[in-house]
Every structure is written in structure tokens, then in C-alpha cells.
Design a protein around this ligand. Structure first.
Ligand code: ADP
Ligand code: MG
Length: 220
């Protein structure tokens, strides 16, 4: 599913040069449920953003389902992202002026699905995650856990083969965290490859493999 070979990434070419990823080798198979752990600043988000085609890298190779992800145009990477990848963020990144249903439907609209059909599919996903009663509510009327479940529904609505989640429980209490992890477990059981970044041991333990990153290198 994911193959990284000697991947390097730096920020701030020239003046303040910061070498964040210093040769990452990583192989993740289809259907795995994996977590990446590491202290703050160790490059976890940088790595996940590269995997999610939200950022590019300097050196090495990234293969996603055998396709080399390199020198893609913005349109090409947006197309691959829309087709294969769902991204879940620590602070949900929901659109405040759209209700839950419209937030979930948005990726479908981007991929050209008709408005009415996109709402039908989005509603199915809200139902699936027990959120149907919240469809017409706006993000500021929802709890952190509800917002994250809506964000997961949005990530899933295009039926991706890979879910990437950056600290998905980082901004919610531990009881709700448990719900969010359970949803990710469920999604993985349906065959979706799930990769989460976390610095919480209890969360990482719920996954099937823990990858530790330190000083820009994978340690175990
Ligand atoms: P983590 O998610 O593990 O906390 P990050 O990948 O966010 O770590 O950041 C790794 C390092 O790169 C940090 O020192 C951070 O300040 C720096 N960094 C992250 N994003 C940028 C950016 N866009 N520009 C410059 N430096 C960045
Ligand atoms: Mg981070």
C-alpha cells in the first residue's frame, strides 16, 4: 500500500534550514492498522502530510499502491487524494458555515457527484456513525467527539483505501477518544488501511503495529 525509501524532507531552504525527515524507510501493507508515535516536533505531521499528498518531499521515493508519487502537478495529486485517501485532523478542520451534512458531502461535490446524490451518500455515512440527528447542525453546535466523527465520515465518504489521521484524539476527552478509536477500528475491519499519528500510548496500543519516529528516523 505504502512504500517509502530513504525519504528526506527539510524546511526553509537557504537561511533557517531544518532537516526534519532524515531517511525514512517504511512499508505498510493493505489492510494494516498502524500508529506512528514520537515526541512533539519529531516530524510525525510532516510525514503524514507527505503520505497524504498534502506536501512534497526532497529526496527518496514514495510509492502509493505501486505508483511513484513524485513531481506530480497539483491537479494530479488532488485527484489521487480524492480517490484514495481520507485525511482526519487533530482540530477537525470542518467548515464552520456549513452544516454537518454539507461538510461530509463536500469531497463528493469536488469529485463531481451531483448535489442531491452527494447528500444521499453523506447521509448514509452520518447514519453509519450514529450522527443522523446532527445532520443539520453546524460545527459550533457540536462536541469535539461529534465533530471528529463527522470529520471521519467526511474522510470516508469517497470510499478511500487509506485513512490518515493526525492526532485524531488530541483535542477530545478520553471517553470520546474511545469512540473515535472504535470507529477507526471498525473502518479498518472493513478493509481500509488506517494509519494514525498519536503521542498517547493508550491510543497507539489499540493499533496492530506501532512505529516510533525519533530525530527524523524510524527507530522501531
Ligand atoms: P510533529 O507532528 O511530530 O510534532 P512536525 O512534523 O509538525 O512534528 O514538525 C517537525 C519540525 O518541523 C518542527 O520543528 C516544526 O517546527 C517544523 N515544521 C513543521 N512544519 C513546518 C513548516 N511548514 N515550515 C517550517 N518548519 C516546519
Ligand atoms: Mg504534529
Amino acid at each position: 500500500m505504502i512504500q517509502l525509501e530513504n525519504l528526506h524532507k527539510s524546511y526553509g531552504k537557504g537561511g533557517g534550514h531544518l532537516h526534519v525527515l532524515k531517511g525514512i524507510d517504511l512499508h505498510i501493507c493493505k489492510g494494516e492498522f498502524t500508529s506512528i508515535m514520537g515526541v512533539s516536533g519529531s516530524g510525525k505531521s510532516t510525514l503524514l502530510n507527505i503520505l497524504g499528498l498534502l506536501d512534497d518531499y526532497d529526496r527518496g521515493n514514495y510509492f502509493l499502491e505501486e505508483k511513484l508519487i513524485k513531481n506530480l502537478t497539483q491537479v494530479e495529486s488532488a485527484m489521487i487524494r480524492n480517490k484514495k485517501i481520507g485525511f482526519v485532523f487533530q482540530f477537525f478542520n470542518l467548515i464552520e458555515y456549513k452544516n454537518a451534512l454539507d461538510n461530509v458531502a463536500l469531497p463528493l461535490l469536488y469529485s463531481g457527484v451531483h448535489h442531491r446524490k452527494s447528500h444521499m451518500i453523506a447521509m448514509e455515512y452520518l447514519e453509519k456513525f450514529g450522527l443522523q440527528d446532527w445532520a443539520k447542525h453546524y460545527p459550533n453546535e457540536l462536541s469535539g467527539g461529534q465533530k471528529q466523527r463527522i470529520a471521519i465520515a467526511r474522510a470516508m465518504v469517497t470510499n478511500p483505501s487509506l485513512i490518515l489521521a493526525d492526532e485524531p484524539t488530541g483535542a477530545i476527552d478520553s471517553m470520546t477518544s474511545n469512540q473515535v478509536i472504535r470507529i477507526l477500528e471498525e473502518i479498518n475491519k472493513e478493509g481500509v488501511t488506517v494509519l494514525i499519528v498519536t503521542h498517547e500510548k493508550d491510543i497507539a496500543k489499540r493499533t496492530h503495529r506501532i512505529i516510533k519516529i525519533k530525530d527524523g528516523i524510524i527507530r522501531s
